[in-house]
Design a protein around this ligand. Sequence first.
Ligand code: CAA
Length: 380
Amino acid sequence: MLDFGLTQEQEEIRRLARKFADHELAPRAPYYDKTGEFPWEHFKKMAELGFTGMMLPPEHGGLGADTLTHAIVIEEIARGSAVMAVMLEVHNTLACESINRFGTLEQKKKYLPKLASGEYLGAFALTEPNSGSDASGMCTTAVLQGDSYVLNGSKCFITSGGQAHLYLVMARTNKEAGTKGISAFLVEKGTPGFSFGQPEEKMGLTASHTTDLILDDCRIPRENLVGREGEGFKMALTVLDGGRLGIGAQAVGITQAAFEAAVKYSRERVQFGQPIANFQAIQWMLAEMSTDLDAARMLLYHAAWLKDQGRPMTTEAARAKLFASTMAVKHTAKAVQIHGGYGYIKEYNVERFMREAKATEIYEGTSEIQKLVIARNILK
Ligand code: CAA
């Protein structure tokens, strides 16, 4: 049976997220873009709505929502604020999911209720200055000393860096063991020897702080190891499959916002004595945008559905992210084009959408890495 319908619950949560995005996120997004202030008010509100930790089981404070429902929420949040979408997506798919899937019962009891209630914001630290696409090339080390691990090294481009309370940090526990020499650790903000760089000055998503993490003889309890030693790399790639769906959903949401702005503007803008929507040049751009949006949603929802069935979805997640982020970059630029000169100024928001869309081709694996993942699967 092929069923394209969403459940009543999914429709309701979409309406809830959309209302929040329309009434609270979208009106404030230009302010946050301009100031780069961290939008704690919106994070707290997302927690009140139950979106933080929404895929966690109810016994740990979550809603027990599935991946598809989460993708729908991220899409709607991104329609109002791409900043809040990436913050929530990293918190849910990378931080919460890592602990929920691989953590001990003690770690779950200690951290998940705090992450679900929004008392804690979670972050994920894989990337290093010399280890981006080649994630296993990391140099940060973790050495067991008595009942503690001592971490040394630095991470970069960490979403919510400096603001998040809890970081899943990947570090090398065995220099000779390649991908099997990497382990995952929970590091709390405030731990001695753990500090942050200044927020990077970025092209877009300014209010989503991105910083370095510095680990200088940072001593953490032995029980903060997640899973077993040597399992950190696989763990990171496993949760990144889900994270890539989150970024695909973010790309769809940003493009949807740009599309709606382009439709509205083309109906209102009169040139040569008629609305520009009457011209085929504009119509074709709108038609292509809506077609690609639909195709991206299909790839995304299908991959999310596979994950919810417990089936492999690495390739499908990579395809969804690749397609959604490519079309986001292409069509947010088209939305600027439709707005002409007005598109190039900030008042109409589309230039912000274009800047924000670009990140979706880069983080959680560049488009080239998604192609590598897809091609490896074809040729294996
Ligand atoms: N799920 C589970 N296991 C996986 C996996 C997956 N998706 N992909 C690979 N693995 C396993 C492999 O089976 C292998 O295990 P065995 O040795 O037991 O066979 C092991 O992991 C190593 O895999 P590879 O040999 O394929 O490793 P590689 O070094 O060639 O790297 C890569 C693979 C796909 C290039 C990987 O390095 C990668 O994804 N790079 C991109 C990094 C990335 O996405 N960074 C994002 C940072 S987080 C972020 O951006 C968040 C944010 O702030 C927004």
